[in-house]
Design a protein around this ligand. Structure first.
Ligand code: PHE
Length: 473
């Protein structure tokens, strides 16, 4: 007999851990960038609708499958489908996807940690130099930072569900929230900050196109940590007396609120730096925003608050993003970890060992694929472009697979596991859900238009990414 399954200590612990997973780099920078480029308030509105109408039901599907099966995603698909080979494949996909996303997310977290280190040690003027990012990512110091971040994540995971994951979330999430609020208050006192607030909040519906709509959905899906097996795994650690729908709502609300507030920190800071900012200057990607654009803005603060003050602001910012990233990394690595423990009967320690080695190897390959090693830098070519190993991970796992995994879980829950079982699971621990309008909506949507939309997004992304030709937008 193996040991009884680990569990979160309380519903609050579960909500904080799941919100810790959801709140990540995507909220802190991805969302503000996407919102400013895509019509401000108009994007916010579409995003909020997607969270409510599409993502929340998918989150319920994942959590219900996890809590009912008390298994990792591979085991869950297997158990609830009676071992059907096709569904096993879906299970595998929800183990491989998080593992691969963890690799590239680890690389970005390592860079964030590096920038945090340099802000704290007084090198802000170096970070603000436009050539720094390129040289930093190819410098030997990234290996040291990789070692530190890996050790930290593994220590948390080694602590287990209650003593590791839950404790870390209980400490990091409230701290993150207070730092974020502090930063927003500070940024709003800067000159011209309100031009940024206006820009962020006033809707410009003319910027809304088919591709904006599809990117809002992808952003929401990623931000809520869906399609990665995380909510299945965390759900499997939830005691059946704790209600799922209420918890899922809290997670979605927290994640969306944090993304929204992060926008109130970033956009006004950008506008106070340059009141005439137009969005085409706002970097295309989150990566260039964090590592090239923001350090410049922080350094410019020295005119008003001195170099030390500017360095403190930069340090708080990077610490904030680092905390957000760590709780996400922990959650995503717990998925393959749970699979090794459940499916191979390994202890947490030995499973983390295996995973750690595999993870480090792939992280090293990714980290050297920005120029250090030619083979990984020019790894493959498609859609007329040469792609590094890192690019491939981003294109395949981050950009493409998530909606497909979402499609699979919807079909699975309604047509294989069956609606009645799904509902019974959600009613358990939350009797008021039974027969509610929300229940009817979730049932209907998960069985009909949600999977259709997710499949369309998947097909469009494949066409766009790999064949250079989108179907919409
Ligand atoms: N929700 C996370 C974010 O917004 C996405 C994520 C979760 C990525 C877990 C990796 C691991 O950044």
């Amino acid at each position: 007999m193996s040991a009884p399954r680990e569990q979160f200590g309380s519903k609050l612990g579960f909500i904080l851990a799941a919100a810790g997973s959801a709140v990540g780099i995507g909220n802190m920078v991805g969302f503000p960038v996407a919102a400013t480029k895509n019509g401000g308030g108009a994007f916010l509105l579409i995003y909020a609708i997607f969270v409510l109408v599409i993502c929340l039901p998918v989150m319920l599907a994942e959590m219900a499958v996890g809590r009912h099966s008390q298994k990792d995603p591979l085991g869950a698909y297997n158990k609830l489908s009676g071992g059907a080979a096709g569904w096993r494949l879906a299970g595998w996909l929800s183990i491989i996807t998080p593992f691969m996303i963890a690799v590239f997310y680890m690389v970005i977290t390592v860079w964030i940690f590096g920038y945090l280190f340099h802000s704290v040690t007084g090198d802000l003027n170096m970070l603000a130099d436009p050539s720094t990012f390129g040289s930093f990512i190819n410098s030997p110091s990234v290996f040291i930072f990789l070692g530190i971040v890996t050790a930290l994540v593994y220590l948390i995971l080694l602590g287990g569900v209650q003593e590791g994951i839950e404790k870390a979330a209980k400490l990091l999430m409230p701290t993150l929230f207070f730092m974020l609020i502090g930063m927003v208050i500070f940024v709003l006192t800067l000159d011209n900050a309100f031009a940024g607030v206006e820009y962020y909040l006033i809707p410009d519906f003319s910027k809304i196109t088919a591709s904006t709509v599809s990117s809002a959905l992808s952003q929401a899906f990623f931000s809520l940590s869906l399609g990665m097996g995380i909510m299945i795994t965390y759900g499997s650690y939830l005691n059946r007396s704790n209600g799922v729908p209420g918890a899922a709502k809290m997670v979605a609300l927290t994640d969306t609120a944090v993304a929204f507030i992060a926008g109130l920190m970033i956009i006004p800071a950008v506008f106070s730096f340059n009141p005439d900012t137009n969005t085409s200057e706002l970097s295309d990607s989150s990566v260039s925003l964090i590592f090239s654009f923001l350090p410049k803005i922080f350094l410019a603060l020295q005119a008003t608050i001195g170099y030390l003050g500017a360095s403190i602001v930069a340090s708080v910012f990077f610490l904030l993003v680092f905390f957000a990233a760590i709780t996400s990394l922990v959650s995503i690595l717990e998925v393959p970890n749970a699979a090794l423990m459940d499916e191979r009967d390994m202890t947490r320690k030995s499973s983390l060992m295996v995973l750690g080695v595999a993870m480090l190897v792939l992280a090293l390959v990714s980290i050297t694929s920005f120029g250090m090693v030619d083979f990984f830098t020019q790894f493959v070519g498609y859609a007329g472009q040469s792609k590094s190993f890192f690019d491939v991970l981003v294109d395949v796992f981050y950009d493409t697979i998530l909606p497909f995994n979402g499609f699979l879980i919807c079909i699975f829950v309604i047509y294989r596991w069956k609606k009645a079982n799904f509902n019974a699971e959600l009613d358990h621990g939350e009797p008021s859900y039974e027969g509610s309008f929300f229940e009817k909506y979730v049932d209907f949507s998960v069985g009909t238009f949600i999977p259709v939309i997710l499949l369309l997004i998947f097909i469009n992304t494949v066409a766009l990414k790999f064949f250079g030709q989108g179907l919409i937008g």
